[in-house]
Design a protein around this ligand. Structure first.
Ligand SMILES: [Zn+2]
Length: 426
């Protein structure tokens, strides 16, 4: 799978207190972003000099650093007979730094590698029943998948520079899972456990909520200018990633997006969270499963889609009810936050043919401003893999936002590798 990755090259750099950005770092970032912004189209040194206002000598020196650091690759010009030889073009490197995305769900584990161009180079999904299993065992399983992916990336001259784990639950401080109800996990230091369990490389691990990562993945991969949207992840649980002004809104404690526990009916059925009438009880895949008495299975979403495809009136009615409940809650959020787009992701991406219409209908009916500026509900671009791809893209995005950081780290690693290998050379 290939994701054309627009990234956040034009977004402001994150605050880096204490970092005195040198002129060289500034120019290097500028040139790198110019090459990144051109996507697959090669850019010449002369083009960069013209548009940046830098001298040809400065551009050449910095490009040399970018090529040596495997951030940028040179592509041979097309040779046309009789024509003057065109200049060598520069594109983002498909070798060099890469991001590792991991995902733990109650019904599958996923692992992917994304290179600097945003291309998914590796994606494995292992279905299974992970609910209630010991976190150490599950994390050891996903670490083994990560080790295999890191080794495979090395063979293709990529260096995995970080890993992000997506989980369906509340994450504290980007490492501690406070609660993942459907996995049965509570207060698990997943960041540390995973970093210890990955043995092939010393990669920094961060942990985040799956809907947050999927929202970021959609933003990075979208060709539209998505800046105010809500990503809805519909599975056994319902989560949301909230993006405002191009930034993920995590909330005061980082726990925003618990869409499944917005109340639809204060007198409704009790929810496992302790409240009543939560949206999860109306619109989650688990609710659809129970309504149709389907067996619990890792392939639940396909089973639901198959019944709907076959025209089962009961399934179509259940999907419509779910869409109405979902659209009602989403309309309330649009009235508060003024999103222009609602992205249906996770399992909802697979069921979008049946959910989009009722959701759109409720948005059109209930959003105060819909008469002037309709809100669009649409399926996710990345489909059910959005969270694991988004997780890998967040690592890549770090490099793309501040390429001198990777070069400095690369230099460190290179000189360390030289030092370590020196005795063997004697
Ligand atoms: Zn609830």
């Amino acid at each position: 799978m290939t994701v054309f990755y627009r990234g956040s090259g034009d977004a402001p750099s994150p605050d880096r207190p204490g970092r005195q950005e040198s002129l060289r770092d500034h120019n290097l970032t500028l040139i790198y972003r110019q090459i990144a912004a051109a996507g697959a189209r090669p850019v010449s040194r002369a083009d960069i000099a013209t548009s940046s206002g830098l001298t040809r000598a400065t551009v050449s020196r910095i490009v040399e650093e970018l090529v040596a650091g495997r951030l940028v690759a040179e592509v041979a010009p097309e040779q046309r007979s009789g024509a003057r030889r065109p200049p060598t073009g520069l594109v983002l490197s498909r070798e060099g730094p890469a991001g590792l995305g991991l995902e733990v769900r109650e019904n599958y584990l996923a692992c992917c590698i994304v290179d600097l161009t945003g291309t998914v180079r590796h994606l494995t999904i292992v279905p299974g029943d992970y609910a209630g299993q010991a976190p150490q065992e599950v994390l050891a399983g996903i670490a083994a998948m990560a080790d295999a992916a890191i080794a495979g990336a090395r063979e293709e001259n990529m260096t995995v520079v970080g890993a992000t784990l997506a989980v369906p639950g509340l994450v504290d401080g980007r490492r501690m899972i406070r609660l993942a109800p459907h996995l049965g996990w509570r207060d698990i230091d997943a960041g540390q456990l995973l970093a210890d369990a990955i043995t092939t490389a010393n990669v920094p691990v961060t942990v985040d909520n799956e809907a947050n990562l999927a929202a970021l993945g959609e933003m990075y991969a979208s060709e539209e200018h998505l800046t105010h949207f809500l990503y809805v992840s519909g599975d056994t649980t319902l989560g949301a990633g909230i993006v405002i002004d191009g930034h993920l809104m995590r909330g005061a404690r980082g726990w925003s997006g618990e869409l499944g526990h917005v109340s639809v009916d204060p007198e409704g059925a009790p929810c496992h969270c302790g409240a009543r009438g939560c949206l999860e009880g109306y619109a989650s895949l688990e609710t659809l499963r129970r309504a149709m008495d389907l067996p619990a299975s890792p392939e639940l979403v396909s089973a639901i889609a198959a019944q709907a495809d076959a025209g089962s009136p009961a399934m179509l009615a259940a999907l419509d009810r779910a869409g109405v409940a979902l659209g009602t809650v989403l309309a309330g959020l649009v009235n508060v936050f003024d999103f222009d787009t609602i992205i249906l992701g996770g399992g909802y991406a697979v069921l979008a043919s049946w959910l989009t219409d009722p959701v759109q209908r409720e948005l059109d009916r209930r959003v105060l401003t819909a008469g002037w500026a309709p809100v669009e509900a649409r399926p996710s671009l990345l489909g059910p893999d959005a969270a694991v791809i988004g997780a890998a893209l967040t690592v890549v995005d770090e490099v793309r936002r501040y390429p001198p950081g990777w070069l400095a780290e690369g230099d460190d690693k290179r000189s360390r590798a030289r030092r370590e290998s020196a005795p063997q050379l004697l």
